[in-house]
Write a protein that binds this ligand. Structure first.
Ligand code: LMR
Length: 400
């Protein structure tokens, strides 16, 4: 009965790792998936995560019971505080509904399905380009996906004019997906002044912001700085949604831990929203896993561990920033044709190099450098050891 099933294509990001794993070359480098690596090229488990796990193991009351449908209550409260700020009026007024989600993807999906069921405008505008999973998540949630202009290939920066024009012509009430910081894949973020203009435009047109916050603390090294965009939209008293992921900033990739918050106008509305979120979650996966959320809660509620986390987070962010400098210098040293200053200007885990898919294929074939075909490289996968190899590959690719 399954004989006619067609072979599906590999995922555009995770498929890169599959290809990388098959390559026997000793010089291969995986710059595809956005996952942090140490200078030695190894995955990193944060010390603070190890400590939290130790505390959990030693806790005699630790049980493996089902969590409530909405997840670990303590984790939800702490997550909302982390993104909106502990002084947020929305939290104080008890008008935020937060549920635990399966990292960013699961949180976006639950938010998307909730909107498709209960919100009057089922169109979501997502940036062009955006993370490859976004259009699929929202289409399968039951929303109609449209794009707004975001990236300008000529400047390798923001197409702010195009962005404002496209949001101005969106239907009233349309949902708009915004990357809270460290836009994936471009590494291009609006300035604070531009965020303010976006906010004013969106509020004047009644557009609904849906933030994807996958890199809080990871972009600038500061948890507060990286949440500024979200907090601007909450400070004006309006509604918004925010999906959080702890994959990158706590290195909890495979634990699948995240949260979805919906900021409402009143506590009464937030309560009803939460009741409907439960109806979305229960038939999807019943209730979320306990371990990752317990780690996060243990760290966020303990000031010593929290401070230790911020130090480790800054260390990761700084290493990525130093990779930008090293790659830029290596290309300058080789006299690689073109302007590579965007490597320094872009922010977060990724550089959107401007290399085309032919150049990427060449680099993979000849240099065993693995990256997505849109020219995105994960700076977090680079090290001082691999920068020269990458620079050689880029140089050869553009000089062809
Ligand atoms: C990425 O963009 O590489 C990460 O967000 C990982 C993923 O799931 O795609």
């Amino acid at each position: 009965v399954f004989a006619n099933i067609l072979q599906a294509p590999d995922d555009s990001i995770l498929g890169v790792t599959v290809a990388y794993n098959k390559d026997p070359s000793p010089v291969k480098v995986n710059l595809g998936v956005g996952a942090y690596r140490t200078e030695e090229g190894k995955p990193l488990v944060l010390n603070v995560v190890r400590k939290a796990e130790q505390l959990l193991v030693n806790n005699p009351s630790g049980v493996k019971e089902y969590l409530p449908i909405t997840g670990l209550a303590e984790f939800n409260k702490l997550s909302a505080k982390l993104i909106f700020g502990s002084e947020s009026p929305a939290i104080r007024e008890n008008r935020v509904a937060t549920v635990q989600g399966l990292s960013g993807t699961g949180s976006l999906r639950v938010g998307g399905e909730f909107l498709a069921k209960h919100y009057f405008e089922r169109t979501i505008y997502i940036p062009q380009p955006t993370w490859g999973n976004h259009p699929k998540i929202f289409t399968l949630s039951g929303l109609a996906v449209k794009y707004y202009r975001y990236y300008d290939p000529a400047t390798r920066g923001l197409n702010f004019h195009g962005l404002l024009e496209d949001l101005s012509s969106a239907p009233p009430g349309a949902i708009v997906l915004l990357h809270a910081c460290a836009h994936n894949p471009t590494g291009v973020d609006p300035t604070l002044e531009q965020w303010e203009q976006i906010r004013q435009l969106m509020r004047s047109k009644g557009l609904l912001p849906f933030f994807d916050s996958a890199y809080q603390g990871f972009a600038s090294g500061s948890l507060d700085v990286d949440a500024q965009s979200v907090r601007m939209f909450v400070a004006d008293g309006g509604e918004c949604l925010a999906a959080q992921s702890y994959a990158k900033n706590m290195g909890l990739y495979g634990e699948r831990v995240g949260a979805l918050s919906i900021v409402c106008k009143s506590s009464d509305v937030a309560g009803r929203v939460e009741s409907q979120l439960k109806l979305v979650i229960r038939p999807m996966y019943s209730n979320p896993p306990i371990h990752g959320a317990s780690i996060v809660a243990t760290i966020l509620k303990n000031s010593e561990l929290y401070n230790e986390w911020t130090v480790e987070l800054k260390m990761m962010a700084d290493r990525i920033i130093s990779m930008r400098r090293q790659l830029f210098d290596a290309l300058s040293k080789r006299g690689t044709p073109g302007d590579w200053s965007h490597i320094l200007k872009q922010i977060g885990m990724f550089t959107f190099t401007g290399l085309n898919s032919d150049q990427v294929a060449f680099m993979t074939k000849e240099f065993h450098i693995y990256m997505t075909s849109d020219g995105r490289i994960s700076m977090a996968g680079l090290s001082s050891r691999t920068v020269p190899h990458l620079a050689d590959a880029i140089h050869a690719a553009v000089a062809r």
